[in-house]
Design a protein around this ligand. Structure first.
Ligand code: RTP
Ligand code: MG
Length: 143
C-alpha cells in the first residue's frame, strides 16, 4: 500500500550557522526521500509563534522563538513513503546528549547548556502538523 506523505523539515539557525544544511539534505536524500521545496529564510515572530503554537505558555516558548529568529533557517518540504515518521527517526530524540548515535541530533547535536535546546532540526510530528506547517512556510504548496 502506498502511503506517500510530505513533511516540513527546518534546519534550525544552529544547523545553518554550523554549515550542516547540506549534511541534513544529504541524509534526507540518501534515505530515498524527494526534496519538493528548499528555501533559506529568516523567520519573523508571527510565523514562529504560529509554527510553535502548541508550545505557547511553556517556559521555553519565548527563548525558542528568539533562537529560531536569531539567524536564517533552511525550510524544506520532503516527500516519501511514511516520511513524517521517517524523518523523525533520522532526526533522533529531542535532546542531543541522549539522541541515538546514527541520528542527526545524536551524531551532530551539541548540548550548549542554554535556556533552549538547540538541536539542529525540526520535523513535523503528524499528518495534521505537516499540513499546517507546510501551509505556513510554503503557502503555494498547500493542498
Ligand atoms: P521539533 O518540534 O523541533 O522537531 O522537536 P521535538 O518535537 O523533538 O521537540 P518539541 O517537544 O516539539 O519541542 C520543540 C522544540 O523546542 C525546543 N525545546 N527546548 N526544555 C527545553 O529547553 C526545550 N524543550 C523543547 C527544542 O528545540 C525542541 O526541538
Ligand atoms: Mg515538535
Amino acid at each position: 500500500m502506498s502511503d506517500i506523505q510530505r513533511t516540513l523539515v527546518l534546519v534550525k539557525p544552529d544547523g545553518v550557522s554550523r554549515g550542516l544544511s547540506g549534511e541534513v539534505l544529504r541524509r534526507i536524500e540518501a534515505k530515498g526521500y524527494t526534496l519538493v521545496a528548499v528555501e533559506l529564510r529568516t523567520a519573523d515572530d508571527a510565523l514562529l509563534q504560529q509554527h510553535y503554537a502548541e508550545h505557547e505558555g511553556k517556559p521555553f516558548f519565548q527563548p525558542l522563538v528568539d533562537f529560531m529568529r536569531s539567524g536564517p533557517v533552511l525550510a524544506v518540504v520532503a516527500e516519501g513513503h511514511r516520511v513524517i515518521e521517517g524523518f523523525r527517526s533520522l532526526a533522533g530524540g529531542t535532546e542531543p546528549t541522549t539522541a541515538a548515535p546514527g541520528t542527526i541530533r545524536g551524531d551532530l547535536g551539541r548540548d550548549w547548556g542554554l535556556a533552549v535546546t538547540q538541536n539542529l532540526v525540526h520535523g513535523s510530528d503528524s499528518e495534521e502538523s505537516a499540513a499546517r506547517e507546510i501551509a505556513l512556510w510554503f503557502p503555494a504548496l498547500a493542498a
